[in-house]
Design a protein around this ligand. Sequence first.
Ligand code: NAP
Length: 516
Amino acid sequence: MAIKPYHYEPATDFSIPANRKAMEVALQQVKDQMGLSYPLVIGAERIDTEKKIVSVNPSHPQQVVGSVSKSEASHIDRALQEGWKAFDTWKKVPGVDRARYLYKAAAIMRRKKLWLSAIEVYEAGKTWAEAEGDVTEAVDFMEYYGRQMERLSGPVALTPLADEDDRAFYMPLGVGAIIPPWNFPLAILTGMTSSAIVAGNCVILKPASTTPVIAAQFVDIMHEAGLPDGVLNFVPGDGGTIGDYIVTHPLTRFISFTGSREVGLRINQLAAQVAPGQKWIKRVTVEMGGKDAILVDETADLDVAAQDIVTSAFGFQGQKCSACSRAIIVDEVYDALLEKIIARTKALTVGAAENVNNQVGPVIDPKAFEKVHSYISWGKEHARLETGGEKLDMEGYFIPPTIFSDVQPGSKLEQEEVFGPVLAVIRARNWQDGLDIANDTEYGLTSSVFSARRERIEQAAQELEVGNLYINRKCTGAIVGSHPFGGFNMSGTDSKTGSPDYLLLFMQMKAVAERF
Ligand code: NAP
């Protein structure tokens, strides 16, 4: 069977009764199996530790989704050693063959799609559609990176010299650390891990501590797909405790991180130090936060803009790096658009993620809950609260979609990443003022522009300092292979996941010149 060209995985339509029924069954199945414990995976060993990381449902914090064993420094040592041992053989497996492990894992994941989605509903508090979208994207990453590896397995095009044979090819780096976030607990984790592996590396995977159960499922799927022992080592642990150890370890060849600016910058700094016995410069990829803006001018379709602002701001409770946290609206249409945004926001229902009728679930944990409320308190004193903002008397970590208007450019709420369901609305004098406000941030991840004016769209394409710009559409929902994803400035190293360039971050090119 020939491998077909890549095409992104279609979403499950939950308005179809059969699909709804299937998801209900999956939710029940996952619920029936809650509370299982998952071991560390180091080489061929499965290790149960006494200390565990317990994963709870943010919609019902008393409900334990599962637990995972917790690594200590000695486990990290062993995992890195096992990784290097496996690297000797894994690096010699041809790229086209390594790709097949990803195709197999993608097929397994596709078959388990609703079951994996149901885990995310419980563990991450994602609504059905958001959870299913995350699993779908994970499938996409593996299908896409497999094909990219096939492409990169061929010889590099060179200019031939007359008196010698010149060739060049890509080689993997070695053993690296994969440190993903919780907010796309399967998609980002799968993309970061499978890319490094298909490029010929071995990895130690330290998942986010709030979503380790879905991470353990990924590890099981990769082994079900036949991945040799030691290629993927699973070492959950508290980032604040073992993170530095992993990053500074002399056996760590590269670090692929996605998460907050604070941790990303720390990793970047620590990884630059050379440990005794270390003979390489660590390759560091850090993808970090955003303060993403949607800029609307007076020529825009205000209904479309309002809908897309609400979707971008409150989808997954605003906990996307790409979420719209600033709506910058030119004065001429400010009041009219604000009214439409508020009306649509008030129509959103907040509640437990397993209930398909809820569009806004909980934030991930008590820390996030407190942090978001501290921004809301600040907003109440420094801006105009339009809707939301109250502390809900609910069991889970629920925060109502909250809108502040007349937020001042340069103020805390306009500058800092909140990472929750809070939208700052900012009044711009005109288009150019709006563009200047949008650019006045140290972040540079996503942005949208709503305008009918061609010259403004082209100006934004050139001048808006973001890695991902969308025109007349929402600023979330990047599709693997269609929207290479990654931010400028303090949003990261612009690694562009889901792009033809991404795998190169995990490889080095060797040039061989031979005279006969
Ligand atoms: P985070 O707190 O920085 O955590 C990310 C990962 O780093 C977790 O696995 C965490 O482990 C680990 N970690 C924590 N401290 C560490 C340390 N000192 N050394 C090494 N690793 C450490 O971020 P998050 O709350 O999970 O994710 C939200 C952030 O990610 C937001 O800022 C969001 O914008 C960003 N994000 C960016 C992108 C992008 O593509 N640019 C995509 C998604 C999310 P523990 O869980 O054990 O603490």
